[in-house]
Design a protein around this ligand. Structure first.
Ligand code: TRP
Ligand code: MN
Length: 449
């Protein structure tokens, strides 16, 4: 019998090795890397092929307007913050947003966390210089540490293993919270407890009361069915670090196809979506549903090239384009791309990331985003798709379950002065719990029109 590594080699998953891989660390200890890689290859998969297939089908429904995608979580997860409280907070925020969207728009919501593997970050420069000292840039917890010493910044392959275990623990908690009672719609009021009163909060209370009645009505009519009690929350992260993605790739024993079992859904970043690059090559070989981030300089030809490379069989749900244009550009840069893709007749799931094109530095020096600008990009996204006759299929956001002050605006009116109160992110500014809920209400209204 052939070994699993022989089967993977036959499936061609190593073809990316001959291509240029951007944004990879330079591991000083190659032997340690090889050992970590072997160790990962021997680990159980984090997710199963059948689950990835199920998600692909749901994303296919979203591409046709029969569902809506909600993808959210941290810009960068850290090992230290993989605590029960933080994870529960994020799950709760996603569930609350999902309730608002499901109820408001009467559409099934496909829930995907930027969770359980979002540990690698692209950087604009390989090194960082402080007071004349030059060290490797922080590339995320899966590679090195954020502290500015040589020891902390040296890429350490042992962190690949720690990322695996932290992802496994996070996924375990996700499964427990989504299947073990926490996601029960009869608890919809509970999720809102402990948050300060605000317009979004009281709107949610109102909706929760309506849902409560509807659920009790169904209970009175007969039984509570299972789908009221549990949700499917899928995992996703940017497939940036190929030294992690490749060793976690497995052959599905049922079909013989390779799947990247580090997460259900993986996306290629704007900086690594080069058609001839290693990331596109690698992702072309695995069967997971995948995404590609598209920035404002994307040409229609590039989008078509990505479709050809990543979804040659035109499988619904296989390919999601996550557009991150910036509010001031989306109405100009998105239409030609959408038109070209539409005319190709290959199904694509369109998701908006209204966060990454709208980052700036506030006067007081914080990297931030403006809630109104984020909304404007979401509105622009809906306008462009309505105009083109295509389907706005979902939203991709950076959020936390905590009351941080990282994004300006919203009904709390976080201003430049308030940013310093609870600015906790290591990388990009995230919507706090309340801003996330506000956004969900607005998107649910956009979906009704
Ligand atoms: N299972 C359904 C769904 O996922 C309904 C549901 C149960 C639900 N609990 C939920 C929806 C919590 C959103 C949030 O859509
Ligand atoms: Mn980010």
């Amino acid at each position: 019998m052939k070994s699993s590594q022989e089967l993977l080699a036959e499936a061609g998953v190593d073809s990316y090795l001959s291509k240029k891989a951007c944004q990879q660390p330079t591991w000083p200890d190659r032997e340690a890397l090889a050992a970590a890689s072997l160790e990962l290859c021997a680990k159980p998969p984090l997710v199963f092929a059948g689950e990835a297939d199920q998600l692909r089908e749901l994303l296919g429904a979203a591409s046709a307007g029969r569902a809506f995608v909600l993808q959210g979580g941290d810009c960068a997860e850290t090992f230290a913050e993989a605590t029960a409280d933080r994870i529960r907070g994020k799950i709760k925020t996603i569930l609350q947003m999902a309730v608002v969207l499901t109820y408001g728009a009467s559409l099934p919501v496909v829930k995907i966390g930027r969770m359980a593997g979002q540990y690698a970050k692209p950087r604009s420069s390989d090194t960082e210089i402080r007071d004349g000292v030059e060290l490797p840039a922080y590339r995320g917890d899966i590679i090195n540490r954020i502290g500015f010493t040589e020891e902390e910044r040296t890429p350490d392959p042992a962190r690949l293993i720690e990322a695996y275990h932290t992802s496994a623990a996070t996924l375990n908690l996700i499964r427990a919270f989504t299947k073990g009672g926490f996601a029960d719609l009869r608890l919809v009021h509970e999720w809102n407890k402990g948050f300060t009163k605000s317009p979004a909060y009281s709107k949610f209370e109102q909706m929760a009361t309506e849902i409560d009645r509807a659920v009790r009505f169904m209970g009175a009519c007969g039984e509570y069915f299972d789908s009221l009690r549990t949700v499917d929350l899928f995992s996703s992260h940017e497939a940036l670090l190929l030294d992690y993605e490749r060793p976690l790739t497995r052959i599905d024993s049922r079909t013989g196809d390779p799947y990247d079992c580090s997460a259900h859904f993986l996306w290629i970043g704007e900086r690594t979506r080069d058609l001839d690059g290693a990331h596109v090559e690698f992702m072309s070989k695995v069967k997971n549903p995948i995404g590609v981030k598209l920035g404002p300089t994307t040409t229609p030809a590039e989008a078509l090239g990505l479709i050809e490379r990543l979804n040659p069989d035109a499988v619904p749900g296989r390919l999601t384009f996550i557009t991150r244009m910036g509010a001031d550009r989306i109405r100009d840069s998105l239409p030609p791309i959408v038109a070209a893709v539409r005319d190709s007749a290959v199904p694509v799931t369109w998701v908006t990331d209204p966060m990454h094109g709208n980052t700036f530095t506030s006067e007081s020096g914080y990297k931030t985003r403006q809630f109104e600008t984020i909304l404007d990009e979401v509105r622009g996204f809906f306008e462009v798709h309505r105009e083109a006759g295509t389907t706005p299929g979902g939203i991709h956001i950076e959020l936390t379950g905590d009351d941080v002050t990282e994004v300006m605006g919203g009904t709390e009116e976080i201003d430049d002065k308030k940013l310093g109160e609870r600015y906790e992110t290591l990388v990009d500014p995230r919507l706090n719990h309340q801003q996330s809920l506000e956004l969900a209400f607005i998107v649910s209204e956009l979906l009704q029109h």
